[in-house]
Design a protein around this ligand. Structure first.
Ligand code: SAM
Ligand code: DTB
Ligand code: SF4
Length: 336
């Protein structure tokens, strides 16, 4: 059984040590490991690097909503689709900082600012750097997700106090153009490289439930596993189906398959903080608990994601108290 996570050429490797030479076949094989064995192995690796009773807590804010020129088939904010989301301008730094203070009071450790942009424009840098510096000054970790950017832009945001940049690969390379055609997979990889070059930590993952196959899911995790540095944060989103988008009527992914996705993410990127990102709103407590057992150790807190709902603060507080789980106390390793 262990041969499935060993090198085909060499001796058995320690499954908790990060590797960057995964093959697609190896990642696909992990998905085929019997469920309880897979979860057990992932739980073992999870314990090598993290306290399994701890969760990293992030909170999102959409600082610029809607009107996006990209055509991501899952997104409420694309101007290509008629959805219930209304577009608005980039928020003022003070308003963002006030929301971040509320998030901190509610227990968030990291504040993630999202903008419905294809790419970052230099003209927006003054406002962005002011809001990042203000959020950082509250003692929060900072994250932003603003679309594509250059190394110079990444450096400017890092200098203002940005700790993480979220830029998802979303799915496997073979399925990508079924979901979005206004940009390429390579452009996503290029922005991730620019972020790494700036010295910022990366937050990169994807979505399940877009009609992709298990092989596409393995393809996504393989891409993450062969990056020169594993993403320090690895969000797995369960599609929030948005009426009016091409994927608004997608069939939900089976819960056990979502758990497998988490477990394989934990095994191929053992030191990454793996987040159950979008989708907790429609997951049972039991399914989320199984994800935590399989190596998930982060969630979004707060009643809102970007444009959709998330369990509220009271609901999550009661849930985590029931599980005897609490916020992550050690800053995650950034050398994955
Ligand atoms: N515009 C930027 C970009 O696309 O990189 C940043 C914002 S975008 C909304 C951030 C990520 O949220 C997407 O890459 C996607 O993985 C996730 N996402 C967006 N809509 C979603 C949905 N309906 N369900 C699940 N995840 C979603
Ligand atoms: C991530 O992987 N998921 C977050 C965050 N990174 C930016 C966004 C989820 C969005 C869910 C749909 C919405 O609220 O619009
Ligand atoms: Fe725009 Fe990001 Fe939504 Fe794609 S996911 S349409 S880039 S906001």
């Amino acid at each position: 059984m262990n041969a499935l996570i060993s090198n085909t050429t060499g001796p058995l490797l320690d499954p908790a040590q990060p590797r960057h030479d995964w093959t697609v076949a190896e990642v696909e094989a992990l998905f085929e490991v019997p469920f309880t064995e897979l979860v057990f192995r992932a739980a073992e690796v999870h314990r090598q690097w993290f306290d399994p009773a701890e969760l990293q807590l992030s909170q999102l804010l959409s600082v610029k909503t809607g009107g996006c020129p990209e055509n991501c088939g899952y997104c409420s904010q694309s101007q290509h689709f008629k959805t219930a989301t209304t577009a608005s301008k980039l928020m003022e730094p003070d308003a963002v900082i006030a929301q971040a203070a509320e998030a901190r009071a509610g227990g968030a450790q990291r504040f993630c600012m999202g903008a419905a942009w294809r790419d970052v424009k230099d003209r927006d840098l003054p406002k962005l750097t002011a809001m990042i510096a203000g959020v950082k000054a509250l003692g929060l970790e900072t994250c932003a997700t603003l679309g594509m950017m250059t190394v110079d832009q990444a450096k400017a945001l890092k200098a203002a106090g940005l700790d993480y940049y979220n830029h998802n690969l979303d799915t496997g390379p073979d399925y990508y153009d079924k979901v979005v055609t206004t940009r390429t997979y390579q452009e996503r990889l290029d922005t991730l490289a620019a972020v790494r070059e700036s010295g910022m930590a990366t937050c990169c993952g994807g979505i399940v439930g877009m009609g992709e196959t298990r092989s596409d899911r393995a393809g996504l995790l393989h891409q993450l596993a062969i990056l020169p540095e594993h993403p320090q944060s690895l969000p797995i989103n369960d599609l929030m189906p948005i009426p009016g988008t091409p994927l608004g009527g997608s069939e939900p992914v089976d819960g056990l398959e979502f758990v497998r996705m988490i477990a394989v993410a934990r095994l191929v990127c053992p030191k990454s903080v793996v987040r159950i990102a979008a989708g907790r709103e429609h997951m049972s407590r039991e399914l989320q608990s199984l994800c935590f057992l399989a190596g998930a150790n982060s969630v979004f807190v707060g009643a809102r994601l970007l444009t959709t709902d998330n369990p509220d603060q009271d609901q999550d507080a009661a849930f985590l108290a029931e599980l005897k789980m609490g916020p992550m106390t050690v800053r995650p390793a950034v050398d994955a």
